[in-house]
Design a binder for this molecule. Structure first.
Ligand SMILES: Cc1cc2nc3c(=O)[nH]c(=O)nc-3n(C[C@H](O)[C@H](O)[C@H](O)COP(=O)(O)OP(=O)(O)OC[C@H]3O[C@@H](n4cnc5c(N)ncnc54)[C@H](O)[C@@H]3O)c2cc1C
Length: 496
């Protein structure tokens, strides 16, 4: 094996983007992926000849001139993406206390559309948008600007989303509606920093898109570009040790004993898994305990539906339904009331026209509910587990059928995913959806930086910065600037 400039652990979006950027900038890179398929959460799977997304359903910021568009332009993939822009007047619909509210794209359109439902709240809605924009303007990389220092953005990690929304309006219904898609970040009102809500919401209002035929296309395009840049990607290669000598990581050791050497190592997997790979004293006990004790975001139960031909109409928006009088389901999670909320959507496919080929429904699920079947992905989990999944799926199907009459009759087949599926195949602790929980009550503890005390070991992926396609993209840029320089890389990106 040659010695590489950089070895990257994990081929999720974080690993692939770091690989793309560094190989583009002349480094020899090698990406090591434990699974057969590259992409992590970008992966799709096929059943009944239909494509299903696993971990990405829609994104913002992809219109020309917007942040994700420019980042993807630099990587060379933006013009090749097959996109479906969601409804301009309703990219998300929030069904709360029996009424449906729409989030529209474009800031004025967003305000006007919700003003139709809340005529007395126009000023509050204007204030909401003004503040969201202001918050986003403080994040340098979100605006493709060099880092201007952390103080800039830190205060928005210290305010909770719950307090922020209460400060906008005393109208409880509008408060709930404004937080209606909080499943996108597993929102907890007194913990989630307003920054996370603002960065995600702002990008979706600017431009919300689905990936036609699934998000695997991002992974495939990045893999192709890395290979074209001379990079190496190796699948079925689980890294389980980092050999540290003389204050540096010298090599990554695979589970089959193979040794891969490099000058730099980027770990784009959960940081607690990275820490397990070395007992180097350079990573202090306090750092290790801090990372290992961080709370993980909740997990999810997903049902993937394949429909009979021409049975359920495609709808070009995402539908969030709530059974409770609050959209903040996580603190009130209750197994007896399950499902308290769900997201239902019909992914866009090249073959679907008026009718949907498939749909996806997801709702929170705690790992503890499936813990008894956790045998770390080894073999069959037995009949009880199958029965559990079936019962849960039927419950969710009946709920959706009440909102979409005829839905149940349209189903040809369905498939399920539990916290164990997520745990087995992305390696997140307890099948956590989005990695670690950011806590505005202790932001410094829950914000993890790419640099470690081992000078040639960097971190990337959804736990650095923020999760999601945009968050992980920005996090990957942040990581790569440690090797390439902030000013240099941003100039290249802005001039792409
Ligand atoms: C159900 C669900 C829905 C989502 N919906 C959206 C959405 O609509 N929009 C959006 O923007 N985001 C969404 N997200 C979030 C988004 O998918 C993630 O934040 C992002 O893809 C994470 O990328 P990553 O590179 O950090 O990690 P991952 O995608 O988890 O990749 C990590 C990779 O590392 C590999 N790996 C782990 N350990 C090792 C090892 N020891 N050796 C080698 N390889 C290893 C794993 O196999 C995996 O391929 C969703 C997530 C989930 C779970």
């Amino acid at each position: 094996m040659p010695k590489y400039d950089v070895v990257i652990i994990g081929s999720g979006l974080g690993g692939l983007l770091c690989g793309n950027i560094l190989s583009k900038e002349g480094k020899s890179v090698c990406i090591l992926e434990k699974q057969h398929q590259f992409g992590g959460n970008l992966q799709t799977f096929k059943r009944d000849g239909k494509i299903f997304d696993t971990g990405v359903h829609y994104v913002g910021g992809l219109s020309k001139g917007q942040n994700l568009h420019q980042y993807f332009k630099y990587t060379g993939i933006v013009d090749k993406l097959k996109l479906q822009r969601l409804n301009l007047d309703a990219f998300d619909k929030i069904n709360f206390e029996g009424k449906t509210y729409s989030y529209a794209q474009g800031f004025d359109n967003f305000i006007e559309t919700l003003t139709n439902d809340f005529p007395l709240e126009k000023n509050a809605l204007k204030e909401y948008i003004k503040k969201i924009k202001k918050i986003c303007s403080h994040f340098p990389l979100y605006n493709l600007r060099p880092n201007l220092g952390l103080d800039n953005e830190q205060k928005y990690y210290e305010q909770s989303i719950g307090d922020f929304i209460k400060s906008i309006t005393p109208n409880k219904t509008l408060q709930n509606v404004l937080a209606g898609n909080n499943m996108l970040y597993a929102g907890i009102p007194n913990k989630t920093p307003v920054a996370i809500h603002a960065l995600i919401t702002n990008s979706l209002i600017e431009g919300a898109y689905r990936f036609k035929d699934g998000s695997q296309q991002i992974a495939d395009l990045l893999v192709e570009s890395i290979k074209n840049n001379g990079g190496t990607l190796i699948n079925n290669s689980e890294v389980n040790k980092l050999e540290v000598n003389h204050g540096k990581v010298e090599s990554a050791i695979l589970s089959n004993g193979e040794i891969i050497e490099a000058d730099y190592f980027i770990s784009a997997i959960h940081p607690s898994l990275t820490l397990k790979m070395t007992d180097s004293k350079l990573l202090r006990k306090s750092y290790r305990s801090r990372i290992n004790e961080l709370e993980e975001s909740i997990s999810v139960f997903v049902v993937y539906f394949a429909f009979k031909p021409n049975s359920l109409k495609y709808f070009n928006y995402n539908y969030y339904h709530f059974n409770e009088d609050s959209v903040w389901s996580i603190p009130k999670y209750n197994q007896r009331k399950w499902p308290q909320e769900y997201l239902f959507l019909t992914p866009s496919s090249g073959s679907s026209g008026k009718f949907a080929d498939t749909a996806t429904a997801m709702t929170y699920m705690q790992y503890d509910e499936v813990k008894q079947w956790d045998n770390s992905g080894n073999g069959n989990r037995g009949i009880d587990y199958e029965e559990f999944k079936k019962q849960k799926a039927e419950k969710l199907i009946n709920q959706i059928d009440m909102q979409y009459p005829g839905f149940k009759a349209s189903i040809n087949n369905y498939y399920t995913s539990t916290p164990l599926s997520l745990k087995d195949y992305t390696g997140t602790r307890n099948g956590s959806m989005y990695g670690i929980v950011h806590d505005c009550n202790n932001p410094l503890r829950t914000n993890i930086y790419p640099k470690t005390k081992i000078p040639n070991l960097l971190l990337s992926g959804q736990n650095i910065n923020i999760h999601g396609v945009l968050g992980v993209t920005i996090g990957s840029i942040f990581t790569c600037t440690e090797m390439l320089g902030m000013e240099y890389l941003l100039e290249k990106i802005n001039n792409a």
